[in-house]
Design a protein around this ligand. Structure first.
Ligand code: Z5A
Length: 215
């Protein structure tokens, strides 16, 4: 039986450079010989991508925070069962663009849903599945917003006010501070080469642990 793979997530607020750095991490890990599944949330499956479209589209009616929360966990349930669990069980590593930390940050921190409600759904949908390592790209909201706002039409989340993104950032930092040792906080306001130098360090650390058989 192959050894279980490693589950790595990349998190952060708007404009911190997740897409840019996901691509960097993907090539780093593949070049190191890792059998990798690269995926994202919400999404990662056909059902999940359909739900993502519903979640991001700008709608006439206000969307209930509870409806938003349940759609996110519906997509996650499918993603775990169809993709994440089978990959990890087969010994593949999973690199996922956002996971449940984003739900704490956006739906709890941003929208004000009680964190205990998110925790209940997390336990229900994920059982004991948690990321092994979370790379939190952190930058002041003003920096992220100025980077992201050049991208054209804004989706339903990107239309939120600065205060919303401040709460999202504060929640992410609180999770990293209070959480287990799985978080690596990277200052994403630095030049890209510096950010990627730090990501390289973390990847080397993970690869060393894999060689030693420690995960
Ligand atoms: N959401 C949620 O509410 N709850 C949940 O549980 C989950 C998600 C899972 C879609 O996510 C929305 O889903 C998200 C929260 C919600 N909404 N928001 N906002 P997404 O991950 O697809 O959306 P995103 O945040 O817009 O991610 P992104 O596309 O990866 O954006 P990004 O972080 O801004 O990455 P980027 O495009 O690589 O970077 C932006 C620009 O900055 C780009 O021009 C880069 O070249 C530049 N950049 C990047 N790094 C640097 C540095 N270091 N220096 C200078 N310039 C840089």
């Amino acid at each position: 039986m192959s050894k279980r793979g490693l589950f790595i997530t990349v998190e952060g607020g708007e404009g911190v450079g997740k897409s840019t750095n996901m691509a960097f991490l993907e090539s780093l890990l593949r070049d190191s010989g890792i059998d990798l599944l690269v995926t994202r949330e919400p999404g990662g499956t056909r059902l999940g991508e359909d739900l993502r479209e519903l979640l991001l589209q700008v709608r006439e009616e206000p969307v209930s925070p509870s409806a938003e929360l349940l759609l996110i966990f519906a997509a996650r349930a499918q993603h775990i069962e169809e993709c994440i669990e089978p990959a990890l069980a087969a010994g593949r590593w999973v690199l996922c663009d956002r996971f449940t930390d984003a739900t704490y940050a956006y739906q709890s921190g941003g929208r004000g849903i009680d964190a205990a409600t998110v925790r209940k759904l997390e336990n229900l949908v994920q059982g004991s599945l948690r990321p092994d390592c979370t790379l939190l790209l952190d930058a002041p909201v003003s920096v992220g917003m100025s980077r992201a706002r050049g991208r054209g039409e804004l989706d339903r989340f990107e239309r939120e006010e600065v205060d919303f993104f401040e709460r999202v950032r504060a929640t992410y930092l609180q999770l990293a501070e209070e959480g287990s040792g799985r978080y690596r906080v990277i200052d994403a306001s630095q030049p890209l080469e510096v950010v990627q130098g730090q990501l390289l360090k973390v990847c080397r650390e993970l690869l060393r642990c894999r060689e030693k058989g420690v995960q």
